[in-house]
Design a protein around this ligand. Structure first.
Ligand code: G3H
Ligand code: 13P
Ligand code: ZN
Length: 311
Protein backbone atom coordinates (compact mmCIF):
# COMPACT_ATOMS: atom_id res chain seq x y z
CA UNK A 1 0.00 0.00 0.00
CA UNK A 2 1.18 3.58 -0.53
CA UNK A 3 0.52 6.67 1.54
CA UNK A 4 -3.13 7.72 1.40
CA UNK A 5 -5.05 10.94 2.01
CA UNK A 6 -7.57 11.08 4.84
CA UNK A 7 -10.63 11.34 2.57
CA UNK A 8 -11.65 7.68 2.66
CA UNK A 9 -10.61 7.23 6.31
CA UNK A 10 -12.80 10.14 7.42
CA UNK A 11 -15.79 9.10 5.33
CA UNK A 12 -15.79 5.64 6.94
CA UNK A 13 -15.07 7.05 10.40
CA UNK A 14 -17.94 9.53 10.16
CA UNK A 15 -20.38 6.85 9.04
CA UNK A 16 -19.06 4.29 11.52
CA UNK A 17 -19.06 6.57 14.60
CA UNK A 18 -15.36 6.21 15.36
CA UNK A 19 -12.24 8.36 14.95
CA UNK A 20 -8.78 7.99 13.46
CA UNK A 21 -5.77 8.60 15.72
CA UNK A 22 -3.32 11.28 14.61
CA UNK A 23 -0.04 10.77 16.43
CA UNK A 24 2.97 13.10 16.25
CA UNK A 25 6.22 11.57 15.03
CA UNK A 26 9.74 12.82 15.70
CA UNK A 27 12.02 9.79 15.35
CA UNK A 28 12.24 6.16 14.28
CA UNK A 29 11.11 4.60 17.56
CA UNK A 30 7.94 6.69 17.60
CA UNK A 31 7.09 5.83 13.97
CA UNK A 32 7.72 2.14 14.66
CA UNK A 33 5.78 2.04 17.94
CA UNK A 34 2.72 3.71 16.43
CA UNK A 35 2.62 1.74 13.20
CA UNK A 36 3.31 -1.62 14.86
CA UNK A 37 0.30 -1.03 17.11
CA UNK A 38 -1.92 0.15 14.23
CA UNK A 39 -0.79 -2.74 12.04
CA UNK A 40 -1.47 -5.42 14.67
CA UNK A 41 -4.92 -3.95 15.30
CA UNK A 42 -5.66 -3.35 11.62
CA UNK A 43 -6.34 0.33 12.25
CA UNK A 44 -5.88 3.18 9.78
CA UNK A 45 -3.56 5.82 11.19
CA UNK A 46 -2.38 9.39 10.64
CA UNK A 47 1.28 10.18 11.31
CA UNK A 48 1.69 13.90 11.81
CA UNK A 49 4.75 16.09 11.71
CA UNK A 50 4.98 19.52 13.36
CA UNK A 51 7.29 22.37 12.38
CA UNK A 52 9.30 21.45 15.48
CA UNK A 53 9.60 17.85 14.31
CA UNK A 54 10.83 19.00 10.89
CA UNK A 55 13.40 21.18 12.61
CA UNK A 56 14.49 18.38 14.96
CA UNK A 57 14.61 15.41 12.62
CA UNK A 58 14.68 16.96 9.11
CA UNK A 59 11.83 16.72 6.58
CA UNK A 60 13.46 14.03 4.44
CA UNK A 61 14.31 11.73 7.37
CA UNK A 62 10.73 11.88 8.59
CA UNK A 63 9.23 11.24 5.15
CA UNK A 64 11.57 8.28 4.62
CA UNK A 65 10.76 6.84 8.06
CA UNK A 66 7.07 7.06 7.29
CA UNK A 67 7.63 5.52 3.84
CA UNK A 68 9.46 2.66 5.56
CA UNK A 69 6.42 2.14 7.80
CA UNK A 70 4.17 2.10 4.72
CA UNK A 71 6.45 -0.55 3.22
CA UNK A 72 6.45 -2.67 6.37
CA UNK A 73 2.68 -2.63 7.00
CA UNK A 74 -0.50 -3.01 4.99
CA UNK A 75 -2.70 -0.46 6.73
CA UNK A 76 -3.76 2.94 5.33
CA UNK A 77 -1.28 5.58 6.56
CA UNK A 78 -1.63 9.34 5.93
CA UNK A 79 1.30 11.72 6.39
CA UNK A 80 0.06 15.04 7.73
CA UNK A 81 1.59 18.43 8.52
CA UNK A 82 0.48 19.46 12.03
CA UNK A 83 -0.11 23.20 12.67
CA UNK A 84 1.29 24.62 9.45
CA UNK A 85 1.71 28.31 10.26
CA UNK A 86 1.68 29.72 6.71
CA UNK A 87 1.39 28.90 3.02
CA UNK A 88 5.14 28.26 2.62
CA UNK A 89 5.43 25.40 5.09
CA UNK A 90 2.24 23.83 3.67
CA UNK A 91 3.66 24.11 0.14
CA UNK A 92 6.98 22.57 1.23
CA UNK A 93 5.15 19.57 2.70
CA UNK A 94 2.78 19.22 -0.28
CA UNK A 95 5.78 19.29 -2.65
CA UNK A 96 7.72 17.02 -0.29
CA UNK A 97 5.48 13.96 -0.15
CA UNK A 98 2.82 14.68 2.50
CA UNK A 99 -0.76 13.62 1.72
CA UNK A 100 -2.44 16.05 4.12
CA UNK A 101 -1.60 19.45 5.61
CA UNK A 102 -3.04 21.63 8.33
CA UNK A 103 -3.04 25.36 7.79
CA UNK A 104 -3.45 26.80 11.27
CA UNK A 105 -4.87 30.28 10.74
CA UNK A 106 -6.56 30.26 14.14
CA UNK A 107 -4.49 33.18 15.43
CA UNK A 108 -5.55 35.35 12.45
CA UNK A 109 -8.78 37.27 11.94
CA UNK A 110 -11.71 35.32 10.47
CA UNK A 111 -11.16 36.95 7.06
CA UNK A 112 -7.40 36.34 7.05
CA UNK A 113 -7.91 32.76 8.17
CA UNK A 114 -10.28 32.25 5.21
CA UNK A 115 -7.80 33.88 2.83
CA UNK A 116 -4.74 31.82 3.79
CA UNK A 117 -6.76 28.60 4.07
CA UNK A 118 -8.25 29.10 0.60
CA UNK A 119 -4.80 29.67 -0.86
CA UNK A 120 -3.47 26.45 0.71
CA UNK A 121 -6.56 24.50 -0.38
CA UNK A 122 -6.15 25.59 -4.02
CA UNK A 123 -2.51 24.51 -4.12
CA UNK A 124 -3.10 21.29 -2.15
CA UNK A 125 -6.08 20.12 -4.19
CA UNK A 126 -4.17 20.75 -7.43
CA UNK A 127 -1.60 18.29 -6.05
CA UNK A 128 -4.00 15.65 -4.68
CA UNK A 129 -3.44 16.66 -1.05
CA UNK A 130 -6.16 17.35 1.54
CA UNK A 131 -6.31 20.25 4.00
CA UNK A 132 -7.33 20.70 7.64
CA UNK A 133 -7.97 24.20 9.02
CA UNK A 134 -8.84 25.54 12.47
CA UNK A 135 -11.54 27.87 13.76
CA UNK A 136 -11.42 28.94 17.41
CA UNK A 137 -8.28 28.96 19.50
CA UNK A 138 -6.97 26.19 21.78
CA UNK A 139 -4.97 27.08 24.88
CA UNK A 140 -1.59 25.47 25.47
CA UNK A 141 2.03 25.48 24.43
CA UNK A 142 3.82 23.79 21.56
CA UNK A 143 7.01 24.75 19.74
CA UNK A 144 5.22 26.95 17.23
CA UNK A 145 2.03 27.95 19.06
CA UNK A 146 1.67 29.48 22.50
CA UNK A 147 -1.83 30.49 23.54
CA UNK A 148 -2.63 31.52 27.12
CA UNK A 149 -5.88 30.44 28.80
CA UNK A 150 -7.18 34.00 28.50
CA UNK A 151 -6.58 34.07 24.73
CA UNK A 152 -8.22 30.71 24.10
CA UNK A 153 -11.58 30.92 22.32
CA UNK A 154 -14.29 28.36 21.71
CA UNK A 155 -15.33 27.90 18.10
CA UNK A 156 -18.39 29.91 17.12
CA UNK A 157 -20.80 27.51 15.33
CA UNK A 158 -22.30 30.48 13.44
CA UNK A 159 -19.03 30.83 11.51
CA UNK A 160 -18.36 27.27 10.39
CA UNK A 161 -20.56 27.05 7.27
CA UNK A 162 -19.22 30.27 5.80
CA UNK A 163 -15.65 29.20 6.59
CA UNK A 164 -15.96 25.77 5.01
CA UNK A 165 -17.85 27.05 1.95
CA UNK A 166 -15.46 29.90 1.26
CA UNK A 167 -12.26 27.86 1.78
CA UNK A 168 -13.19 24.45 0.35
CA UNK A 169 -11.28 22.87 3.25
CA UNK A 170 -11.55 19.09 3.81
CA UNK A 171 -11.72 18.96 7.63
CA UNK A 172 -11.99 21.45 10.47
CA UNK A 173 -10.36 21.56 13.89
CA UNK A 174 -12.58 23.19 16.51
CA UNK A 175 -12.00 24.44 20.05
CA UNK A 176 -14.40 22.93 22.61
CA UNK A 177 -12.20 22.94 25.71
CA UNK A 178 -9.29 20.66 24.85
CA UNK A 179 -5.80 22.20 24.94
CA UNK A 180 -2.24 21.31 24.05
CA UNK A 181 0.29 19.83 26.47
CA UNK A 182 0.09 17.94 29.76
CA UNK A 183 -1.60 20.63 31.88
CA UNK A 184 -5.04 21.10 30.41
CA UNK A 185 -6.96 21.93 33.56
CA UNK A 186 -5.89 23.53 36.82
CA UNK A 187 -5.54 21.27 39.91
CA UNK A 188 -9.01 20.75 41.35
CA UNK A 189 -10.71 21.92 38.16
CA UNK A 190 -13.23 19.48 36.68
CA UNK A 191 -12.43 18.63 33.04
CA UNK A 192 -15.27 19.69 30.78
CA UNK A 193 -15.81 19.81 27.03
CA UNK A 194 -18.42 21.89 25.19
CA UNK A 195 -20.35 19.05 23.57
CA UNK A 196 -23.12 21.55 22.80
CA UNK A 197 -20.74 23.35 20.42
CA UNK A 198 -19.66 20.08 18.81
CA UNK A 199 -23.28 19.07 18.35
CA UNK A 200 -24.19 22.44 16.82
CA UNK A 201 -21.18 22.33 14.47
CA UNK A 202 -22.22 18.80 13.45
CA UNK A 203 -25.71 20.07 12.59
CA UNK A 204 -24.35 22.98 10.54
CA UNK A 205 -21.94 20.72 8.63
CA UNK A 206 -23.64 17.35 8.15
CA UNK A 207 -21.19 14.62 7.10
CA UNK A 208 -18.19 16.92 7.47
CA UNK A 209 -15.15 15.63 9.45
CA UNK A 210 -14.26 17.52 12.62
CA UNK A 211 -10.83 17.35 14.28
CA UNK A 212 -9.98 17.48 17.97
CA UNK A 213 -6.53 18.75 18.91
CA UNK A 214 -5.09 18.65 22.41
CA UNK A 215 -6.71 15.31 23.18
CA UNK A 216 -4.17 13.62 25.44
CA UNK A 217 -5.47 12.21 28.70
CA UNK A 218 -2.15 12.31 30.60
CA UNK A 219 -2.47 9.04 32.57
CA UNK A 220 -1.66 9.61 36.23
CA UNK A 221 0.02 6.22 36.61
CA UNK A 222 2.64 7.24 34.03
CA UNK A 223 3.18 10.66 35.63
CA UNK A 224 3.71 8.76 38.92
CA UNK A 225 6.35 6.55 37.29
CA UNK A 226 8.14 9.62 35.93
CA UNK A 227 8.15 11.26 39.35
CA UNK A 228 9.06 8.03 41.15
CA UNK A 229 12.23 7.77 39.06
CA UNK A 230 13.56 11.30 39.47
CA UNK A 231 11.08 13.36 37.44
CA UNK A 232 9.28 16.42 38.75
CA UNK A 233 6.08 16.77 36.72
CA UNK A 234 3.46 18.91 38.46
CA UNK A 235 -0.08 17.50 38.76
CA UNK A 236 -1.22 17.02 35.21
CA UNK A 237 -4.88 16.77 34.18
CA UNK A 238 -5.84 15.65 30.69
CA UNK A 239 -9.07 14.97 28.81
CA UNK A 240 -10.98 12.01 30.30
CA UNK A 241 -11.05 9.18 27.79
CA UNK A 242 -14.81 8.67 28.02
CA UNK A 243 -15.28 12.23 26.73
CA UNK A 244 -13.07 11.47 23.74
CA UNK A 245 -15.00 8.26 23.05
CA UNK A 246 -18.20 10.27 23.05
CA UNK A 247 -16.69 12.87 20.66
CA UNK A 248 -15.63 10.03 18.33
CA UNK A 249 -19.23 8.85 18.05
CA UNK A 250 -20.23 12.40 17.02
CA UNK A 251 -18.71 14.40 14.13
CA UNK A 252 -15.11 14.04 15.34
CA UNK A 253 -13.15 11.88 12.86
CA UNK A 254 -9.54 12.76 13.85
CA UNK A 255 -8.18 12.89 17.38
CA UNK A 256 -4.68 14.35 17.90
CA UNK A 257 -2.47 12.77 20.53
CA UNK A 258 1.12 13.73 21.25
CA UNK A 259 1.63 14.42 24.96
CA UNK A 260 0.49 10.92 26.01
CA UNK A 261 3.14 9.38 23.76
CA UNK A 262 5.77 11.73 25.21
CA UNK A 263 4.78 10.82 28.76
CA UNK A 264 4.79 7.10 27.97
CA UNK A 265 8.29 7.25 26.46
CA UNK A 266 9.70 9.36 29.26
CA UNK A 267 8.29 7.06 31.95
CA UNK A 268 9.80 4.01 30.22
CA UNK A 269 13.21 5.64 29.79
CA UNK A 270 13.37 7.02 33.34
CA UNK A 271 12.42 3.63 34.79
CA UNK A 272 14.94 1.79 32.64
CA UNK A 273 17.74 4.22 33.49
CA UNK A 274 17.02 4.05 37.21
CA UNK A 275 16.90 0.26 37.22
CA UNK A 276 19.97 -0.15 34.99
CA UNK A 277 22.32 2.66 36.00
CA UNK A 278 25.37 1.06 34.38
CA UNK A 279 23.82 0.69 30.90
CA UNK A 280 24.81 3.14 28.21
CA UNK A 281 23.69 1.53 24.92
CA UNK A 282 20.84 3.73 23.60
CA UNK A 283 19.13 0.67 22.13
CA UNK A 284 18.66 -0.67 25.64
CA UNK A 285 16.51 2.24 26.78
CA UNK A 286 14.98 3.15 23.41
CA UNK A 287 13.56 -0.37 22.97
CA UNK A 288 11.33 -0.12 26.08
CA UNK A 289 10.43 3.44 25.03
CA UNK A 290 9.28 2.12 21.64
CA UNK A 291 7.25 -0.61 23.38
CA UNK A 292 5.69 2.08 25.58
CA UNK A 293 4.63 4.03 22.46
CA UNK A 294 3.14 0.86 20.99
CA UNK A 295 1.22 0.07 24.21
CA UNK A 296 -0.11 3.62 24.44
CA UNK A 297 -1.27 3.65 20.81
CA UNK A 298 -2.85 0.16 21.13
CA UNK A 299 -4.76 1.41 24.15
CA UNK A 300 -5.97 4.53 22.31
CA UNK A 301 -7.06 2.56 19.24
CA UNK A 302 -9.04 0.04 21.28
CA UNK A 303 -10.38 2.07 24.19
CA UNK A 304 -10.73 5.60 22.80
CA UNK A 305 -10.81 5.80 19.00
CA UNK A 306 -12.73 2.63 18.14
CA UNK A 307 -10.86 2.22 14.85
CA UNK A 308 -9.45 -1.30 15.38
CA UNK A 309 -10.29 -3.56 12.43
CA UNK A 310 -11.24 -0.60 10.20
CA UNK A 311 -8.15 -0.69 7.95
O1 G3H B 1 0.16 20.19 18.97
C1 G3H B 1 1.29 19.98 18.61
C2 G3H B 1 2.14 18.84 18.92
O2 G3H B 1 2.04 18.46 20.26
C3 G3H B 1 3.52 19.08 18.44
O3 G3H B 1 4.30 19.71 19.38
O4 G3H B 1 5.35 21.63 18.19
O5 G3H B 1 6.41 20.61 20.24
O6 G3H B 1 6.40 19.35 18.05
P1 G3H B 1 5.71 20.37 18.93
P1 13P C 1 -1.79 16.87 23.10
O1 13P C 1 -0.76 17.83 23.61
O2 13P C 1 -3.01 16.88 23.96
O3 13P C 1 -1.26 15.49 22.91
O4 13P C 1 -2.28 17.40 21.65
C1 13P C 1 -1.54 17.12 20.50
C2 13P C 1 -2.02 17.88 19.32
O5 13P C 1 -3.07 18.48 19.29
C3 13P C 1 -1.16 17.88 18.13
O6 13P C 1 -1.63 18.73 17.13
ZN1 ZN D 1 -2.62 20.50 17.85
Amino acid sequence: MSLVTTTEMFKKAYEGGYAIGAFNVNNMEIVQGITEAASELKAPVILQVSAGARKYANHTYLVKLVEAAVHETDIPIALHLDHGADFDICKACIDGGFTSVMIDGSSRSFEENIEVTRKVVEYAHDHGVVVEAELGKLAGIEDAVNVSDEDAQFTNPNEVEEFVTKTGVDSLAIAIGTSHGAYKFKPGQKPQLRFDILEEVGKRLPGFPIVLHGASSVPQDLVKVINQYGGAMPDAIGIPEDMLRKAATMAVCKINIDSDVRVAMTAAIRKYMAENPSHFDPRQYLAPARTAVKDMVSHKIQEVLGCAGKA
